[in-house]
Structures are given as C-alpha cells and as structure tokens.
Design a protein around this ligand. Structure first.
Ligand code: AMP
Ligand code: MN
Ligand code: MN
Ligand code: MN
Length: 281
C-alpha cells in the first residue's frame, strides 16, 4: 500500500497536559502537513470527540488514541493505545482507575513542594492549570512553579523538583503493563510502547520489557519521537525488527513554548520498518 508521508500519532491537548484544545491541535496538525493524526491524552479519552469532528472538517485522517501510565518495576512507562474505541467499557473503567490515583498523588506533591519552596496553596494553584482535576500532572506543577517565579522554565522545574530523587517527586503505582495492553486490545486498539529511549532500564530489563510486551499482544514501538536522538532511532528500529513490532512516529507535542518538536515535524521512519498506521484504517 501507499505509505503516507506524514503520520503524527502522539500529542496532548488541554484535556491532559497540552496547552491547545483538541480542535486547535487538529488545525495545527493539518497546517503542518500531517496526513494521519492521533490525539493521545494521558489516561483520558475526553478530547477524542472534538478532535474527530475537527479532523473530519479538515479532511484529516484521525486515529483515536490514549497514552496510559504504567508501572514497570520502579519506573513509569507510557503505553499508547491507537485506534481505540473510546466507548469500550473495559478501557473506560481502567482509565478511570488510573486517574483516581492522580489526585492523591497531587496532594502529596503539593505538600512536599510547600516544604521545599517559599510558596503555599500549591494544590489550589496547580488545580487552576489542570482542565480536569482528575488529570493533574507534573506538567501542571511545573507551569505553576514558573508562574510563581520559583524557576525560569518548566524544564528547570523538572530538573530541580519533579524527577526521581528530587523533593517534589512522589513515587506512584500506575496500571500494570498487562492491564494496559488488555484494555487497549479489548477496545480494538493497537498497543505501542511510547518513547522507549526515555526510560532508564538496563539492557537486560529493556529486553525483558519488550519480550513481555510482545507476549501480551503489544503491537508496536515508537521509533521516531520528539524525545529520541538519531542513535535512539537506530536502536529502536533494530528492536522493532528483532521483536517483529510495528513502528510508530509521533511528536509528543504539548505546547509551542515547551515542546522540542512541533506536530508533523519529525524525520521519516526508517524504510525497512512496518508502520503501525497500516493497521489503523
Ligand atoms: P505525570 O504523568 O504527572 O508523571 O507527568 C508526566 C508528564 O510530564 C510527561 O507526559 C511530560 O509531559 C512531562 N515531563 C516528564 N518529564 C519531563 C521533563 N524532564 N521535562 C519536561 N517535561 C517532562
Ligand atoms: Mn505529558
Ligand atoms: Mn509519555
Ligand atoms: Mn505523551
């Protein structure tokens, strides 16, 4: 078949931690030349209806998606569900369960940050940044601390406060890998390991993650993403081939100010890989 030149299957709207509404993202994707586009908010499908209508009006091929937070050992791994049916009850129930943990975590993070900075009322302040209180993320904390003048950039907030070992980081247990893959498959979707280059696994642990993901029925891996280097492209291209996984491509766009990579502006997938979007029609 004809492989579309520009697929972007990973980005975030105001429904999770992006700064553009779903319809505005659709327009930006279209203006940037994207031909197949997925919205993949964290643990939530609430933006998909608006995104689908906006994409349809633009003649842009839309893929309904989600990015599920998963715990593997002591690390957080993100699993994309692409081509999901957003009304599937198993998926909706699973996502609601994952979201339920976020609010409690946000209260603990706020308390910890109040002890390590001069600011107070952190939970209330951060809540203003989250469209949905059940979806408070570290990104909203970062934006609030910049607003309060604690740091100059969100990137600096993550480095000083919000990453493992730093004072505002709170350990949290998300979904299991098995559950996330099952929910996605039950909803008719394809499960894809997001930005594998960002995790801190040993080579043995990483091989085990790919093996169990494949055994569970996982379909693909993001090879070309905004958070990968050129050497990550090569590494994950070869892992995709080794595990017979489909390859995906996505900017992980959140905001024009904060994101390294805009919608649709990524290198092409290496030609020897099978694109995940061949399964998304
Ligand atoms: P959470 O799901 O609340 O743990 O937040 C994760 C989100 O924080 C990711 O989806 C990114 O949008 C953002 N994030 C994580 N690490 C960083 C970082 N080092 N710099 C900027 N944003 C980050
Ligand atoms: Mn995010
Ligand atoms: Mn992610
Ligand atoms: Mn993402």
């Amino acid at each position: 078949m004809l492989v579309p030149a520009n697929a972007d299957l990973h980005c975030h709207s105001t429904v999770s931690d992006g700064t553009l509404a779903p319809a505005a993202l659709a327009r930006r994707a279209h203006a940037n030349g994207v031909q197949i586009w997925a919205l993949t908010d964290h643990d939530e499908t609430g933006g998909l209806h608006e995104a689908a209508s906006a994409a349809q009006a633009l003649g842009l091929h839309f893929v309904p998606g989600v990015e599920i937070s998963v715990s593997v050992g002591d690390q957080t791994v993100h699993i994309l569900g692409l081509g999901i049916d957003p009304s599937n009850p198993l998926l909706l129930g699973g996502l609601a369960q994952v979201r339920a943990g976020r609010d409690a975590r946000a209260h603990l993070m706020a308390k910890a940050l109040e002890q390590h900075t001069a600011i107070s009322g952190v939970y209330e302040g951060v809540s203003r940044y989250a469209g949905n209180p059940a979806l408070i993320s570290r990104t909203h904390f970062a934006r609030y601390l910049v607003e309060q003048g604690v740091c100059g950039t969100t990137h600096e907030v993550f480095g000083r406060f919000l990453t493992p070992g730093k004072p505002g980081y709170v350990e949290h247990t998300w979904a299991t890998l098995q559950d996330a893959v099952e929910w996605i498959r039950a909803a008719g979707g394809q499960a894809v390991i997001a930005h594998p280059g960002r995790y801190r696994f040993t080579p043995t642990e990483e091989w085990a993650l790919f093996s169990s993901f494949k055994e569970m029925g996982g379909a693909g891996v993001e090879v070309v993403t905004g958070s990968h280097t050129a050497s990550d492209f090569r590494k994950y291209a070869s892992l995709a081939l080794a595990f017979s996984l489909r390859a995906s491509r996505g900017s992980d766009f959140h905001s024009a100010r904060e994101s390294r990579c805009d919608l649709g502006q990524l290198p092409a997938l290496p030609a020897d890989l099978s694109p995940i979007w061949e399964l998304l029609h």
